[in-house]
Design a protein around this ligand. Structure first.
Ligand SMILES: [Ca+2]
Ligand SMILES: [Ca+2]
Length: 104
């Protein structure tokens, strides 16, 4: 006999569990979670751009990723103007510009 849809009850229970988990996660510290996400993304971008793994992204490396007209964006990201973008500079730039390098 399958008068009562057991599958449905189980699905509802799973859905409720997922909602509870999402609420708990969101309640911890949305700001921190977002900041970590941004830092993680910038680190990923940085690692992708730093082809020779010397810990800095120079203009040639930057242009390989961002295109040949990226001089202005490079200058904007290279906060101390030493010709190399550090992870800190990239993270700060991406945090201020919504997560991606943009194009100029
Ligand atoms: Ca490099
Ligand atoms: Ca720099």
């Amino acid at each position: 006999m399958r008068a009562f849809p057991e599958e449905e009850v189980r699905m509802i229970r799973v859905a409720m569990l997922m909602m509870a988990a999402a609420l708990t996660f969101g309640a911890i510290a949305p700001g921190v979670a977002l900041a970590m996400d941004q830092a993680g993304r910038s680190k990923m971008h940085f690692d992708m751009m730093d082809k020779n793994k010397d810990g800095g992204v120079d203009l040639a490396e930057y242009k390989k990723m961002m295109g040949p007209n990226a001089d202005a964006a490079f200058a904007a990201t290279d906060a101390d103007g030493n010709g190399v973008i550090s992870l800190e500079e990239l993270t700060a730039y991406e945090a201020a510009h919504g997560g991606h390098g943009g194009h100029q």
